[in-house]
Design a protein around this ligand. Structure first.
Ligand code: ADP
Ligand code: MG
Length: 915
């Protein structure tokens, strides 16, 4: 700002850049009495009793600049400007002197009342007809403009009669001559020179007030703008008015011209002149206070950017109002426009209301009728408010308008008494902070959204990667499994092949051996022939001897039996004789009784014949008939028992021979017993006669293989009956059979023993006992002999046992009375039968195969065996049986068993075998 400002502002220092306000600043209000000002500080409207004549410092209209919220007194400054005589006046008033005389050095104006009397008035500034526009601006408006730039409201107003130069003073654009530029143009120049276009803003509204209607000169369609007052701060605003932001002087000038053109058009439309309306230019200057911001930041050197950005900017909002008032002459005087009185009143309403308000303020009146007009409402801050106000009153020199001039001067004098309380319009710009934060928030939201998206994509990517990895791992695993399976299969096939090769090789070796022996075969054959001849001869001799021996035994036996029979017969004869004797005794007794009775009868008859009644005895015939059948029955019974006795004696005899000293006799006897035992009808008798016990004893005591074979055969036959089975068991049969089997060399002996045990295996009640006594072990021990007949019996035994077990397990399930082994597992498996079972399940010999197939099915029916069967390889046999077995019933049984076992099915699934 111009350094010469001090010249006009009297001690006011520009301090916007320094950002500080000193106490001195406030006290250097040279035009105000400091003590008075201090007293008036609390009342905005009070002007005190200061006189109309004031002592003002030369060249100064500006007062002290206030910075604090409380405000500082700032009286309305008034300058008077005299227009030079115009051409018409020069002619018309040529003979008259001016009605005013100016003494600018004393800031005095002398108003000539008449030729001899003058009144003297003192103003803040007295501007002669020679005062330049520049000087007028600097004296009247510049301090106000500077205040506005500092954040105060400011008013520059021109008051005066039409044609005295109000518009000349305020509104000249100076297009032809720059020196002509008026206050408005110069003020904007200064404002634009001082503000920063980056951080500050300058905007203007341009309005006209005519007959209490406020028109927008920047938008002619907007002709009824309402005035809004903030009830709290008292600030006046025109929200409806067009507000144009000014960036440079040229556009401002164009805007002013546009406004002027609109004003002309509006006035033509309203049939009035611009002198009848008030023109108001409002310049809003909004500045952000950087100095303070910097100072604040430096105090908090460690404050973060965020904290800085959260601090609202301090803004100062100064408003400059330039008012070109309507002509102050009374309308009825000019009268040329033909308005009615009411219209005239309305036209002047605002102006007269302004006069009244100024009067009230000047007189410190309790009531200031601000609300009487729109002009006074608009200017409430300019007079008695917080604005720095400068008023220029314009007067003409002509004595013909002395009255108007006088009233203008009086208006100015009163206005000089109006005291304002200047207040800094400084506030934190929360709105722009909010905007800034909004923008920041939006940025953050966008950033967040982007990050969120990226995060989601990353998650998705990781998920996909992981899924790929998992599926790859699964694939690898499946491949590995498949490879493993194939390898296992291959190994299996290879081992099978090797075994087959081995077998083939063995066969081959066997063949070779045969070939080698072929050469000697003939010799051997010959020798064999001789041997067989010898053997047959020996056998024939042996047979002969045997025959003879048996004949002898038979003879001995018949002799013995004849002896015992004769003894028996003799005894029976004796019994019979005794009975006969007894009967004869009885008969004689009866005969005696009969004789007695006949005698008694004769006696009675004689008594009757003699005429006397007597007792009649029982009938004799009926008595005899009662006795006779009893005699006959007892004879028949004797006959039957005798026949039975004979039979009994024969069997006993045979059985007793089992214990004969002579081995041949024993053999013969055991053969006879065996033959008898083969007949089912004899079995009961043999057992009852103790034959079974004898056979078992023989099995234990004899060392003869034939006896063993035949006895075992007999036991096997007897073992078909359930009662006998129990008896065999109770008499230690299993142990005896086991020993026999262990010592036997003849396959037929083994076959008999195996057959006997196989029969016992079929008894449900004997399962545990049989196993406990080593029955299963004994059976399995016999397989090493390899004879198909033996194997068939072993297989039958195992099948029988397995069948009983499966029945028992079904009952266990049904009744839950565990009677099997502790684990519930098959005793066959427990005793190690499974490998042999698996090995022989597909035996070429069909009896063996059948029994084993059945055994496998029975074992498989009990789920607890499944695991062992799988590991033992029995599952494959079961599968094979279910598919290949030639017997349909076994095939069906195998299939049903397999499909009802969850363990087997799971195993098949695990091995990926579709069943
Ligand atoms: P108002 O606006 O008060 O009605 P104007 O500004 O229109 O008066 O002035 C009326 C006439 O007087 C205009 O022709 C103007 O040029 C002239 N005039 C006013 N003041 C001066 C001045 N100080 N010096 C020269 N001419 C002036
Ligand atoms: Mg004018």
């Amino acid at each position: 700002m111009a350094s010469g400002g001090a010249n006009y502002r009297n001690g006011t220092q520009r301090n916007s850049l320094k950002g500080t306000t000193t106490a001195t600043d406030r006290q250097l209000s040279m035009n105000s009495n400091p003590s008075k000002a201090a007293l008036k500080n609390k009342s905005l409207s009070s002007v005190g009793a200061s006189s109309g004549l004031r002592k003002s410092s030369p060249g100064s209209l500006g007062g002290g600049t206030a910075k604090d919220d409380a405000g500082v007194p700032g009286r309305v400054r008034v300058a008077v400007r005299l227009r030079p005589r115009n051409a018409e006046e020069s002619v018309a008033d040529a003979d008259f002197s001016d009605c005013v005389e100016l003494q600018p050095e004393f800031k005095r104006l002398k108003l000539r009342k008449n030729n001899w009397d003058t009144d003297t008035y003192e103003f803040d500034e007295v501007l002669t007809e020679f005062a330049s526009q520049k000087r007028v601006y600097e004296v009247v408006a510049k301090p106000v403009v500077e205040s506005v730039l500092d954040g105060y409201n400011g008013t520059v107003m021109a008051y005066g009669q039409t044609g005295t130069g109000k518009t000349y003073t305020l509104g000249r654009l100076g297009e032809e001559d720059t020196a002509d530029r008026g206050i408005i143009v110069r003020a904007m120049e200064d404002i634009l020179a001082d503000v920063s276009l980056e951080s500050d803003s300058v905007s203007v509204s341009y309005l006209q007030l005519y007959m209490e209607s406020l028109q927008d000169l920047l938008d002619p369609t907007n002709d009824n703008i309402s005035i809004v007052e903030d009830p709290k701060s008292g600030d006046v605003s025109l929200p409806g008015a067009t507000l144009v932001e000014i960036r440079d002087q040229q556009s401002f000038l164009e805007l002013l011209q546009l406004g002027e053109a609109h004003r002309y058009a509006a006035n033509t439309r309203l049939n009035t002149e611009s002198s009848r309306s008030h023109a108001l230019l409002m310049v809003h200057v909004k500045r952000s206070v950087k100095g303070r911001e910097l100072a604040h930041s430096s105090q908090n050197g460690n404050s973060t950017n965020m904290a800085k950005s959260l601090r609202p900017t301090l803004v100062r909002k100064g408003k400059l109002v330039v008012v070109d008032l309507a002509g102050s002459e009374r309308i009825d005087k000019s009268g040329s426009e033909g308005h009615t009185l009411e219209e005239a009143k309305s036209i002047n309403l605002s102006l007269s209301a302004l006069g009244k308000c100024i009067n009230a303020l000047a007189e410190n009146s309790a009531h200031v009728p601000v609300r009487d007009s729109k002009l006074t409402r608009l200017l409430r801050d300019s007079f008695g408010g917080t604005a720095r106000t400068s008023l220029v009153i314009t007067i003409g020199p002509s004595p013909r308008h002395r009255g108007e001039t006088t009233s203008t001067i009086m208006f100015g004098q009163r206005a000089m008494k109006v005291e304002n309380m200047l207040k800094l319009k400084e506030e934190f710009d929360y709105k722009s902070l909010a905007r800034k934060l909004d923008i920041q928030l939006d940025k953050l939201i966008m950033e967040h959204e982007r990050k969120q998206k990226a995060f989601e994509e990353e998650i998705e990517r990781i998920t996909t990667d992981t899924q790929n990895q998992i599926s790859e791992a699964e694939r690898n695993y499946a491949d590995a499994m498949e490879k493993e399976r194939l390898k296992y299969q291959k190994d299996y096939m290879e081992s099978i092949k090797k075994l087959e090769e081995k077998w083939m090789m063995n066969q081959h070796k066997l063949g070779e051996r045969k070939d080698q022996t072929a050469s000697t075969a003939e010799e051997v054959a010959e020798l064999k022939k001789l041997l067989s001849k010898e053997t047959s001869l020996r056998k024939a001799a042996e047979e002969e001897v045997n025959n003879l021996k048996s004949q002898l035994a038979q003879l001995k036996m018949s002799e013995a039996s004849a002896n015992s029979e004769s003894l028996k017969l003799r005894k029976m004869l004796e019994d019979e004789a005794y009975r006969k004797e007894k009967l004869e005794g009885e008969i004689s007794m009866l005969q005696t009784q009969l004789l007695q009775l006949s005698f008694e009868a004769d006696e009675t008859r004689r008594r009757l014949d003699r005429g006397g009644p007597g007792k009649v005895p029982g009938d004799l015939d009926s008595l005899i008939s009662q006795v006779r059948p009893q005699v006959n029955d007892s004879v028949n019974e004797e006959k039957a028992s005798i026949a039975n006795l004979f039979e009994q004696v024969g069997l006993q005899k045979i059985l007793s021979l089992l214990e004969a000293e002579d081995a041949d006799v024993r053999i013969h006897a055991v053969k006879v017993v065996a033959n008898l035992a083969a007949e089912e009808s004899n079995q009961q008798k043999i057992v009852e006669a103790g034959g079974l016990t004898s056979l078992l004893l023989l099995l234990g005591s004899s060392e003869d293989e034939t006896i063993h074979r035949v006895a075992a055969g007999a036991i096997a036959n007897l073992a078909m009956n359930e009662t006998n089975q129990e008896l065999i068991m109770s008499e230690g049969g299993i142990r005896l059979l086991s020993i026999t089997a262990a010592n036997a060399e003849d396959p037929q002996t083994l076959r008999m023993v195996a057959g006997a045990i196989a029969n016992l295996c079929g008894n449900d009640k004997l399962q545990n006992k049989l196993r406990g006594e080593g029955g299963i072990k004994a059976l399995l021990g016999m397989v090493k002999c390899g004879h198909p007949d033996v194997l068939a019996q072993v297989a039958r035994g195992i099948a029988n046992f397995a069948k009983c077990e499966s029945r028992a397990s079904a009952q266990v399930i049904q009744f839950s009375n565990g009677t099997g082994s502790k684990t519930g597992r098959s005793l066959l498996i427990e005793d190690g039968a499974l490998p042999w079972i698996v090995q022989n399940a597909n035996n070429d010999a069909s009896p063996i195969r059948r029994h084993i197939e059945l055994a496998v099915c029975h074992l498989a029916q009990h789920e607890v065996n499944a695991r062992d069967m799988i590991t033992g390889g029995a599952l494959w046999e079961l599968v094979r049986i279910s598919q290949d077995c030639s017997r349909e019933d076994i095939r069906t049984l195998a299939h049903r068993t397999l499909t009802s076992s969850p363990t087997f099915l799971a195993e098949l699934r695990r091995l990926r075998i579709d069943y």
